[in-house]
Design a protein around this ligand. Structure first.
Ligand code: S3P
Length: 175
């Protein structure tokens, strides 16, 4: 079983994933970093030269690969749920934890960050609300458990450990 962290940009997936990897002996993969490393360039660069679909293709390839592995913590790019195939593969191969926070909290975390092409023209709180609304259904379809990401990372990590270990026990019992 893997642990996938999903949620909107700026919700804190990467930070939580790092903290979680200090507590449990799983290998940490951040899909954005993995894709940038393999391509040797930034996500903004990929969006600019090849377009968003090119990047989404790389995300799908990566999820196909990771879903056949075990004991990974996968911190996912916010748009990973735009693909039904990704949702199916993640749910089949692990626990999918949705980190949730309000548009206001997210805005305060992303407003000065220029690394995200979808937020490059500063959409403001209203723009974030709109994109969240568009993605709400897909996030809800994808998660197996959700956690309140407005809490401090240490508490979020404890919540995730509690739920994944419980689920793991259930998984072992059923199988
Ligand atoms: C995206 C989120 C980003 C990154 C890319 C697109 C999205 O990851 O994958 O800029 O569509 O929500 P983070 O959620 O880690 O910022």
């Amino acid at each position: 079983m893997n642990i996938y962290l999903i949620g909107f940009m700026g919700v804190g997936k990467s930070t939580v994933a790092k903290e979680l990897s200090k507590k449990i002996d799983y290998k940490l993969i951040d899909t954005d970093i993995e894709i940038e490393t393999r391509e040797g360039r930034s996500i903004s660069d990929m969006f600019e030269s090849e377009g968003e679909e090119y990047f989404r293709g790389l995300e799908r390839e990566l999820i196909r690969e990771l879903s056949s592995e075990d004991n990974l913590i996968v911190s996912c790019g916010g748009g990973i749920i735009k693909s039904d195939e990704n949702i199916k593969l993640m749910k089949k191969s692990g626990n999918v934890i949705l980190l949730e926070a309000s548009p206001e909290i997210i805005y305060s975390r992303v407003k000065d960050d220029e690394s995200r092409p979808l937020l490059a023209d500063n959409p403001g709180i209203d723009g974030i609300k709109k994109l969240m609304k568009e993605r709400e259904e897909a996030y809800n379809k994808a998660y197996t458990h959700k956690v309140d990401a407005s809490k401090p990372p240490v508490q979020i990590v404890n919540d995730i450990i509690t739920v994944t270990l419980t689920l793991r026990d259930e998984f072992v019992n059923i199988n």
